[in-house]
Design a protein around this ligand. Structure first.
Ligand code: GCO
Length: 417
């Protein structure tokens, strides 16, 4: 074999040390492949982006900000989905608004169903797989007035609504998410009293949570009665928590919180696990309950004050591995108005996902929260979670730099490190 040393020597002499460093770095780059057919995309929810929804329990409440026009995605969905396609997403998670579809109990609005049909069809035409959420925190007014998720009738009402959506849209849905974050919803609306109906109960949060899981199970059966092969699950928000001082009380508190999260997976039927992941906590019981949860010390915090700790995602995925079902990450993201941290955030969290897959977790997709800046519930438009920036005055969309870097990962089905 020819001796290349003299040629290499010449080449090195011609390079500056900096150029040599860059070349070596590039040569050492490694492509971490994701499994064949991995789904890449982003998530949204109806009330947070659609605009023009004035007949759900949020829209009529005076205690919380309203979404108003939001991103006007109900009308601009073609633009939004085209951008997702352009960014090499091959899947998208959206939700349908129950209040639009069933504004009065038992009366279904065919125009709304038609619009959702167009949206899903548009996604399919672009070659994207569809994830459809049926309930993402908001309720029709008639449903809220009859006691909402505290009333046992909720289960039957949700089943009727699910049947209607399945009949009308089922052929366009690849993955169903019946309810989004039932534990979070029960806590925010019925324990902390921050979301409608603003209750601060002690017993009712658990009842609401249980009823939502029961409603999920019913919906699971309804969807399967039309489409036996359907992929049906729900999305659960699962954090990773550690005791700050290995204190017994703190450990018990964590055990309780975990029990609350994971009981949903023991009580329900599902074809896949939908994981929403954002949080890492160091727990230390303080007398002041407000200080109970210490956000991870030493970690960088997002603008929203959530710790950036990718290992937390790895650890949650390793725990979920035990349930032996495919896992889709249906939300993970960062409030970052400057877009200075999002690219790295995505890369670090995906590295954790890749490691978990290598260690046996059956993760099959990653849907970033969110495609667009949107309405962030009790905080209104304060937080910017979008891969795409939205100017809420003009509604102009601008693709952020981080969206392009995520796009390369989607296109390559690999993370280059
Ligand atoms: C949730 C929701 C989303 C939020 C997102 C960022 O987890 O609360 O599913 O609606 O917008 O989590 O806060």
């Amino acid at each position: 074999m020819e001796d290349l040393s003299p040629a290499l020597g010449k080449l090195r002499a011609a390079l500056s040390p900096e150029q040599e460093r860059v070349i070596l770095k590039n040569l050492m780059k490694q492509k971490l492949k994701f499994p064949e057919g991995f789904l890449w995309g982003a998530s949204t929810s109806s009330y947070q982006i659609e605009g023009g929804i004035d007949n759900n329990d949020w829209a009529i409440s005076k205690k919380v900000p309203r979404a108003g026009k939001a991103c006007d995605s109900y009308n601009r969905y073609r633009e939004d989905f085209s951008m997702a396609k352009y960014l090499h997403h091959n899947a998208h998670r959206m939700s349908v608004e129950w209040a639009r579809i069933e504004p009065k109990k038992g009366q279904f609005n065919e125009d709304a169903l038609h619009r959702y049909h167009e949206m899903l069809q548009y996604l399919k035409d672009q070659g994207l797989k569809t994830f459809l959420t049926l309930h993402h925190f908001t309720n029709p007014i008639w449903f809220a007035e009859q006691g909402g998720w505290k009333n046992k009738r909720a289960v039957e009402d949700f089943a009727d609504y699910t049947a209607k959506v399945t009949q009308s849209l089922g052929h366009l849905v690849d993955f169903w998410i019946t309810v989004n974050e039932p534990k979070m919803y029960a806590g925010m609306a019925f324990a902390q009293g921050i979301w409608p109906p603003f209750e601060k109960g002690i017993i009712s949060p658990k009842r609401v949570y249980d009823l939502m899981l029961e409603a999920h199970n019913e919906a699971y059966d309804v969807i399967h009665s039309y489409y036996p092969q359907a992929q049906v699950g729900f999305s659960q928000n699962i954090a990773w928590s550690e005791a700050e001082h290995k204190d017994i009380i703190d450990r018990l508190a964590i055990k309780f919180a975990d029990w609350l999260s994971y009981l949903a997976l023991d009580k329900t039927r599902y074809d896949f696990i939908g994981l929403n992941h954002y949080m890492y906590y160091r727990v230390h019981l303080a007398f002041n309950l407000r200080k109970y949860l210490h956000i991870g010390r030493g970690d960088k915090l997002t603008e929203r004050g959530w710790a950036i700790h990718p290992d937390a995602l790895y650890l949650v995925l390793m725990k979920l591995k035990g349930y032996q079902k495919p896992i889709y990450i249906t939300e993970n993201g960062i409030a970052d108005s400057t877009d200075r941290y999002r690219e790295q955030y995505i890369r670090d969290y995906l590295l954790a996902v890749h490691r978990a897959i290598g260690d046996g977790a059956d993760v099959r997709g990653y849907l970033h929260w969110s495609l667009l800046d949107n309405f962030e519930w009790e905080d209104g438009y304060k937080w910017k979670f979008g891969l795409i920036k939205v100017d809420f005055k003009t509604l102009a969309r601008t693709i952020r730099e981080s969206a392009y870097s995520y796009s390369h990962i989607c296109q390559d089905n690999a993370l280059t490190v």
